[in-house]
Write a protein that binds this ligand. Structure first.
Ligand SMILES: O=c1ccn([C@@H]2O[C@H](COP(=O)(O)O)[C@@H](O)[C@H]2O)c(=O)[nH]1
Length: 243
């Protein structure tokens, strides 16, 4: 199925994994006019703070705030409340925190929205198993038995029951998640590597085209873009692969 260039671009979330606002801002400027998401993770957020996120939103960017909260329910509720007030489009928690913690995140969002009619409702998603986690690490280090795919689907169902709208997983698990949770349950997939790209610390990977063919909703891509000699050209060539 052919899709427009804009639709293809809108499925890419560029990971702004930079040590400071100036470096991230340079990348954002180099991608100006491309309607992708900007993903702010912990490295940038801890250095540049909520002001950087608020500035991106004020300039009209779609923002995924990837802080992967994992704490007691009351703390996550408070964190979700603060994040929702920033007006981000997507944010996440770890499904490993359990259903009470995930429900608390949703309560934090509801509280923020009820006090502010102008706020948009963010998509709240849960990390299932990190895309750097291999079968061996899951079984021998984390201590969860069975296949990675089974562990991912179990967390996806738990997240859905807690009221979340989607999950972070690898593209390899997208079809199983959609079968278990329905087509509208969103899948956000890191672990994307164009053919020939350095895998780095990722374990469960696919190319952009393969991920799309699995039915992923959004793909998170960092180093294949940010580490390229010409990041704009790298992103444009990924988008061409998705059209
Ligand atoms: O399971 C996960 C959850 C989050 N991430 C984040 O996505 C990007 C991926 O960056 P690459 O450079 O393309 O590997 C990064 O910000 C991670 O924190 C993930 O990789 N896996």
């Amino acid at each position: 199925m052919k899709r427009s260039w804009e639709e293809a671009a809108g499925r890419v979330m560029v990971a702004l994994d930079y040590p400071n606002a100036a470096a991230a801002e340079a990348l954002v400027r180099s991608l100006e006019g491309i309607p992708c998401f900007m993903k702010v993770g912990m490295q940038l957020f801890y250095a540049a703070g909520p002001g950087f996120v608020a500035d991106l939103k004020a300039r009209g960017y779609k923002v995924f705030l990837d802080l992967k909260m994992h704490d007691i329910p009351n703390t996550v509720k408070g964190g979700a409340n603060s994040i929702a007030k920033l007006g981000v489009d997507v944010f996440n928690v770890h499904a490993a925190g359990g259903s009470a913690m995930m429900r608390a995140a949703m309560e934090g969002v509801e509280q923020a929205l009820s006090g502010n009619a102008g706020l948009r409702r963010p998509l709240v998603i849960a990390v299932t198993q990190l895309t750097s986690t291999s079968q061996t690490v899951l079984n021998d280090e984390i201590g969860i038995g069975g296949s990675v795919a089974d562990a991912v689907v179990r967390y996806a169902k738990l997240a859905q029951e807690a009221g979340l709208g989607g999950v972070v997983a690898s593209p390899q698990e997208v079809q199983l998640i959609k079968s278990a949770c329905g087509a509208s349950f969103q899948t956000i997939t890191p672990g994307i590597r164009p053919a020939g790209a350095d895998i780095g610390d990722q374990s469960r990977i696919m190319t952009p085209r393969q991920a799309l063919e699995q039915g992923t909703d959004y793909m998170v891509i960092g180093r294949p873009i940010t580490g390229a000699p010409d990041p704009r050209q790298a992103l444009e060539s990924i988008i061409e692969e998705l059209v």
